[in-house]
Design a protein around this ligand. Sequence first.
Ligand code: HEC
Length: 605
Amino acid sequence: MNSRDDRVEFVALFLRIILIYRKPFWCLLFAACLAPPLAGQAVDSLSASRRVAAASSLAAKEYAGGVPAAGGRLDKPEEVDEAKQFIDQSRFDLPLLPRAVRPYADSALTAFRALLDHLAPPARVRSLADSLERHLAAAAGGALVPMPLTSPSLARGAQVYREQCTACHGDAGHGDGPKARKLTGPPPANLADRGVMGALSPTDIYRKVMLGVAGTAMPAFEESLADSDRWAVTAYVATMPYGGSRTAAVFAAVRRQLDSAVTLRSDKLAFDAYLTFEQVEVDVRVKNDGLTNDLEGTFAKLRSRAAAGASATELTAIHARLLSDLERAERLVADQGSAANLFGQSFLLLLREGFEAILILGALMAFLGQAGAPERRREVAWGAALAVVASGLTALAIELLFHISAGERDALEGATVLLAAGLLFYVSYWLLSKVEADRWHAFINQKMRSALSSGSGFALGSVAFLAVYREGFETILFFKALVSSGGAGSGGAVLAGIVLGGVALGLIYIGINRWGMRVPMRPFFAVTGALLYYMSFVFAGKGIAELQEGGYIGTTVIEWAPRLPFLGIYPTAQSLALQALLLVLAAVALVWFVVRRAPAAPPRG
Ligand code: HEC
């Protein structure tokens, strides 16, 4: 094979890799807003910041319900009164706020009250609320938008509701509990009424449960209910207008939030809508990965365009696209899949998740064959087999032992991916160092075996393990979601899909192996090494993105940086710093090769 053929092969391989990596950039959108851990802040000042942010956001929302978009007229005085109550109440929290933000918050609340008094356009009120929240978030170290730590349990929510809310709101939420008639102020809200609850997002409900409604009997549950219980009861209450269907409630909430995001051109509300969508994301992703990626991309676009002050026409166009995709997504989730459908989904799921791992395994195996150490393939096979077992055990542990939250899954995945990045970097370095034919000759005479037996085999096995494990337990959780979404008797179709997917992966593996055998050594090591190096670079970016998504590390967005998800490049300082480090290390390694080769050359002649 001549060098032109090699080049063609090389390019073909990279194109293939790029195809695999058109994976979503959803991580980063999510990550872009989740704030760094709240190091060193007094808990009090944090919860005060949360309360003020919550109250001003709720006030903006109530106000928008009571005044027309142009302002100047009072359509529903009670909504505006409620907004004023929230703002007045916030003043009590001023002294508890972090010192740095107090003067700003003080004047912002004063300005807020003035806007309400003068019936300013709701969009101005909203942007003041957003700005106040940004300042508070910066001073408090972030994370003011409350997020459930674990996915809220509806069963627990129903129980909390019975214990805490039925007395006033009634069993079905109609506002007709035994205590309702004895109240003097406004009657308890009808929580099953779409008209009443229609405007509230889960975050709003959560905030109302946390703060109560000043001037009414609705109590604050900040002290008396644990955070997880507040989220559980919020999730339960959110389903009440939708006959108890959680997905219907979530989709409805997403649509409402999008409406207000577009009307008020608020990137924050667009992000809230996205966070709400996250609750059904896995269900949709299992059914249609591409659609989910599209949705996430469009959510991100809405957010960034709204932040950039795009025109109403542009936002409306993005909105329309989101609505049509949401419609498709909701149908996917609501429909009970037919057997053929489930079979196809399960087949594609395994293929999609397993492709990367098979590629890495194939490259390693082919390398070992080339290197004349086929017996070392055992380690790779062991690594992969162990990973399958470990994936199963992890999925089981996640199911049985604890309800892992989306954030914790991100942490586990992020750590696995970063570990894989490190090992891939090491192995690629090792492979690339064999590119030099001279060294290769010396190497093949004897040294190969000793090198392979001195720990490198372990590294190869670990790479195989991580390559499989990183997708493994997630895939199993996906399959579980698929079986449970398919209803009774769907197990057979899903299993058939898994078997056929396994066969397809096997064929791909054999193909890579065959292909690997025909390539001459030098370019082969160059390609394999570069491939693994490239993956280590991609994994480094993705690992950081996962951790950012879970809020475990900070997200410092760099506006001008590119966003190339297939390269694992995200515009954040943290991910780029790690990738820059990898580049520097690669450059150092390269220089080191050259320097080491130079003095070795003359004696050899
Ligand atoms: C002592 C009676 C009482 C109890 C107990 C109570 N509420 Fe309320 N709740 C009210 C009243 C009264 C209102 C109406 C406030 C208003 O007019 O804005 C209300 C309003 C609400 C709203 C806002 C609806 C809207 O339109 O903005 C939500 C959400 C809510 N309650 C949820 C709950 C939940 C969840 C619980 C239990 C954890 C609960 N409430 C317990 C009396 C109560």
